[in-house]
Design a protein around this ligand. Structure first.
Ligand SMILES: Nc1ncnc2c1ncn2[C@@H]1O[C@H](COP(=O)(O)OP(=O)(O)O)[C@@H](O)[C@H]1O
Ligand SMILES: [Mg+2]
Length: 372
C-alpha cells in the first residue's frame, strides 16, 4: 500500500499542503508546533480508524478558518483510490466523506481501504505503562482488522458505566439489587466476545513479537506475551461467546457482586484484563529495565504492522511520529531494518542526512509543507 499524494487545507494549522510522498522513506522535519503531527494525523484520519490523538470534531477545522479539507490518493496492489474528507463551520461535526467520488455516511466507513500503523512516543510506554494502554492497543489492533469490533467495545463501556451507576444507586438505597441482572447479561455477552478476540489476537502477537524480540535482544532473553483474563481461566479454543462463555462470565460477575457493592465499581471484566509481557518468565513491567521495556514496546508495534499486513495482504503505511529520535542508535537501526520496503513517514526536528536512495524530505513550517 502506498500513498501517492496528500492534500490538506484548513485541517488544524495545515495550509495548502500538496505533496507527493515517495514509495519508501519520507522524512518530515521542522521545529516544534509547526504541523508535523497534524500532517501525520491527516493521513491517519483517512484510514477511517479513530484519531490516535483523540481530536475532537470542533478542533478539526483551523481555529480561524471556515473549512477543512483532506484529500489523499493511494494505491494497493489492485487499484488507485481517492479519499476526500471535508468539513465546514458551523456544522463542525458533519464531515463530507468521499471514496472515489462516492459519498459515504461517515469517516468510519472508510475503514479497510487505507491501512496505517502509527507509532508515537507514548507507544514506547506500552510495556511499562498502565494496563489501560495495552487494552487500548489490543482493541485498536483488532478493530483495524475487524471494524465491527470497535462498536462492541464502545457498547461494553456504556453498559459498564450504567452498571457502575446502578451499583452506586443500590448502595445509596435508591435501586434494588435485582436490577443488576439485565446489565450483567449484556456485559457477559459483550465481555465474552471481547475476551475471545483479544485472546486470539494476543496469541498471534506473541508469535511475531517473540521472534522479533529474539532479534532485537540478540537472543539474550525470550519474550512471551500472555493475555491475562480476570474472568476466564482458559480461553484456548473457546468460541461460544454467547453461550457457555457468557454463562461463565455471568457467574464471575455474580461472585464478585459483594465486592462491587462495597466499592461501587465493577471489579471483574475485560476492563480489568491485561496483556503481560514476560522476559524469561518474569513480568517485564516489574522486572525489566527501561531499555528492555522499550524493546518490548517496539516489537509489539512492529508485530501489529506484520499482522495487519498478513490479514489484509497489503503492507500498511508506517507513520513514525517523533519516535526514532527517542531511541538509541541500535534500536533505531533495528526498527528501520524491520520496516524496510514499507512506505514510511518519519517526523523529526532536525533534517537528517540522506542515507539511502529513494528518500524524500519535507519541511514543515507554520502549517506549510514543501519538498526540499
Ligand atoms: N484547530 C486548530 N487550528 C489551528 N491551529 C491548530 C489547531 N489545532 C492545533 N493547531 C496548531 O498546530 C500546531 C501543532 O501542530 P503539531 O502538528 O502538533 O506540531 P509538531 O510539528 O510539533 O508535530 C500548534 O501550533 C497548534 O496551535
Ligand atoms: Mg509532533
Amino acid at each position: 500500500m502506498k500513498i501517492l499524494s496528500v492534500r490538506a487545507d484548513g485541517f488544524k494549522n495545515l495550509k495548502n499542503v500538496d505533496i507527493s510522498p515517495g514509495e519508501k522513506t519520507n522524512i518530515v522535519f521542522g521545529e516544534n508546533a509547526q504541523g508535523k503531527t497534524n500532517l501525520i494525523e491527516a493521513v491517519w484520519i483517512c484510514s477511517g480508524v479513530r484519531s490516535f490523538r483523540g481530536t475532537r470534531d470542533r478542533s478539526f477545522i483551523c481555529l480561524d478558518g471556515e473549512r477543512a479539507e483532506i484529500e489523499l490518493e493511494f494505491e494497493n496492489s489492485f487499484r488507485k483510490q481517492i479519499v476526500k474528507i471535508a468539513s465546514a463551520r458551523p456544522a463542525v461535526r458533519e464531515k463530507n466523506v468521499f471514496l472515489n467520488g462516492v459519498k459515504l455516511r461517515s469517516v468510519s466507513k472508510l475503514f479497510g481501504q487505507l491501512n496505517c500503523v502509527v507509532f508515537t512516543p507514548e507507544d514506547l510506554e506500552l510495556a511499562k505503562g498502565s494496563p489501560d494502554n495495552r487494552r487500548s492497543f489490543l482493541d485498536l489492533c483488532i478493530s483495524q482488522i475487524k471494524n465491527s469490533y470497535a462498536e462492541v467495545v464502545e457498547k461494553y463501556e456504556t453498559v459498564l458505566q450504567q452498571r457502575n451507576s446502578l451499583l452506586k444507586n443500590i448502595i445509596s438505597g435508591i435501586s434494588s439489587k435485582d436490577e443488576l441482572e439485565v446489565w450483567d447479561m449484556q456485559l457477559s455477552k459483550l465481555g465474552s466476545y471481547i475476551s475471545m478476540l483479544r485472546y486470539n489476537y494476543a496469541k498471534k502477537l506473541n508469535l511475531y513479537a517473540a521472534e522479533l524480540y529474539e532479534k532485537i535482544s540478540s537472543g539474550r532473553e525470550k519474550l512471551q506475551l500472555v493475555y491475562n483474563s480476570t474472568v476466564f481461566d482458559n480461553l484456548e479454543g473457546r468460541e461460544d461467546f454467547s453461550g457457555e462463555m457468557a454463562e461463565e462470565y455471568l457467574k464471575k460477575l455474580r461472585q464478585s457482586c459483594q465486592d462491587d457493592l462495597r466499592s461501587g465499581f465493577t471489579q471483574t471484566g475485560v476492563h480489568r484484563d491485561d496483556l503481560t509481557a514476560l522476559l524469561d518468565g518474569l513480568n517485564s513491567r516489574e522486572f525489566g529495565s527501561q531499555g528492555q521495556n522499550r524493546s518490548v514496546a517496539l516489537v509489539m508495534k512492529l508485530s501489529q504492522a506484520y499482522i495487519l499486513s498478513g490479514e489484509t495482504k497489503e503492507e500498511p503505511v508506517i507513520l513514525l511520529d517523533d519516535v526514532l529520535s527517542e531511541l538509541d542508535q541500535r534500536r533505531q537501526d533495528f526498527v528501520k531494518s524491520q520496516i524496510d520496503g514499507f512506505q514510511v513517514f518519519i517526523t523529526c526536528c532536525k533534517r537528517p542526512e540522506r542515507t539511502a536512495g529513494g528518500q524524500k524530505f519535507f519541511e514543515v513550517k507554520n502549517g506549510r509543507v514543501r519538498e526540499v
